[in-house]
Write a protein that binds this ligand. Structure first.
Ligand code: GLA
Length: 412
């Protein structure tokens, strides 16, 4: 069960029903969210009828293997116990409402392009489903999530995968997890314009509770690894925006590094496949900052493999040390961290955490921390107090465990 923060919508239980009101209020009410009920209530409040289908998908944390999925390397994410719910029913056109910052339902034409609005993620999914003949003619949709946007926890993949599952079901299709990943990936890559890899959609669709996923993006092989531990999420308070942030620029740098490496090693398939014994030579031939980008990629591949071995063996202190080394590589070589995250990593390690690192794309978002069982709260609080002295705000750390992937929770 997860605590849900319903922004701008006061959500309260009245007798046997639910009520959404006070949309101009900034009051936050924590409710316990364990099912499709809240999004069904939002749907009913907005459209005056019940949804035909409710799908949900989790956010994710990447333990390690950052910026490797679009460079052909391995990644090691798990799904968190916060989710996005999408309730839907067929209609003639598309109407969407969200419990987040938007209050009024909005209309979208099925043929129009991206608008720089959260609904682009859903309409990108609709466009991709249409290409496959799996889209409804129109739909009324309600979206409710307890995954904070911009926190590096893949709220976008949760939304696209859940939307694909819901809309596919409306069109009479039970899409495979592979089809959901493809649809969600193309919606984000082609329609929204984030040059992401496939890590987020893959874990969000395929996650199994209590496990992390070792996903080799070169071969697309997936191996589940037990992850029965608590992990802590510490928000930096710096929100990232992927579509126009540094992400696409970094990817372009990696592509240029690969192009230049191929002048020396023409058959090199991906940046991540460069033999580590050639790294010094390769770094020496690349102009700055491409050498450093390459060094992050090649060393991160090795750390990610070692991390999977450490996790298999239950050696969480060793895993923690790899997380810290991974963060350092992002800070120095990939330059995708922010000061707040660097500080948090230092602070929690100083307080006795096994390790921590900025998770996800970077340029803001959240730090994931592994700590001795039962000590996470104390470590996060002590680090948070020191952080508050530097930045004037206390990060709200929370604990999570590895959750399951996409579900279609209810269908008429
Ligand atoms: C974002 C992208 C992913 C991946 C990470 C960095 O989350 O969506 O595909 O590239 O950044 O590891």
């Amino acid at each position: 069960m997860a605590a849900l923060r319903v922004s701008y919508v006061t959500y309260c239980r009245q007798g046997t029903g639910y009520l959404f009101n006070g949309i101009h209020s900034q009051a936050f009410l924590l409710v316990i969210l364990s099912s499709a009920e809240p999004v069904t209530a939002l749907f009913h409040h907005t459209y005056g009828c019940s949804p035909a289908v409710v799908a949900s998908a989790p956010g994710r944390v990447n333990l390690i293997g950052e910026h490797l999925d679009y460079n052909g390397g391995p990644v090691l994410p798990f799904a968190i116990d916060r989710r996005t719910w999408v309730a839907a029913t067929p209609s003639r056109d598309f109407t969407l409402v969200s419990s987040g910052t938007d209050q009024a339902p909005i209309q979208r034409g099925g043929e129009e392009g991206a608008r720089g609005h959260w609904s682009d993620y859903v309409m990108g999914v609709v466009r991709e489903l249409r290409r496959e003949g799996n889209a409804p003619a129109g739909a009324r949709l309600a979206v409710l999530s307890d995954i904070e946007a911009g926190a590096g926890l893949s709220s976008s993949a949760a939304l696209t995968v859940a939307s694909a599952a819901a809309c596919g079901r409306l069109a009479g299709e039970e899409l495979s997890h592979e089809a959901l990943v493809d649809t969600a990936f193309r919606a984000e890559y082609d329609f929204v314009g984030v040059r992401c890899g496939r890590m987020d959609q893959t874990i969000v669709a395929h996650a199994i509770a209590g496990t992390a996923l070792f996903f080799d993006t070169a071969t697309e092989a997936r191996t589940t690894v037990p992850f029965p531990y608590e992990a802590w999420i510490i928000p930096t308070g710096v929100a990232h925006v992927l579509a126009d942030g540094g992400f696409n620029a970094r990817r372009a740098e990696c592509e240029e590094a690969l192009r230049l490496c191929r002048q020396r090693w023409p058959s090199l398939p991906t940046l991540a496949s460069l033999d580590p014994s050639l790294l010094a030579e390769a770094v020496g031939t690349l102009p700055p900052p491409l050498g450093r980008r390459l060094r992050h990629v090649v060393t991160e591949v090795e750390r990610t493999r070692q991390a999977a071995v450490a996790l298999e063996g239950g050696d969480i202190p060793a895993l923690g040390r790899l997380l810290v080394a991974g963060h350092e590589s992002l800070r120095v070589d990939f330059e995708s961290t922010v000061d707040e995250a660097d500080r948090l990593v230092d602070l929690v390690v100083g307080q006795g955490a096994y390790g921590a690192r900025l998770t996800g794309a970077g340029w803001g978002g959240s730090v994931v921390m592994l700590a001795p069982e039962g000590r996470g709260r104390e470590i996060a609080d002590a680090a948070g107090a020191a952080f508050a002295r530097l930045y004037g705000r206390t990060p709200a750390a929370w604990q999570t465990r590895a959750a399951g992937g996409v579900t279609v929770e209810r269908a008429a």
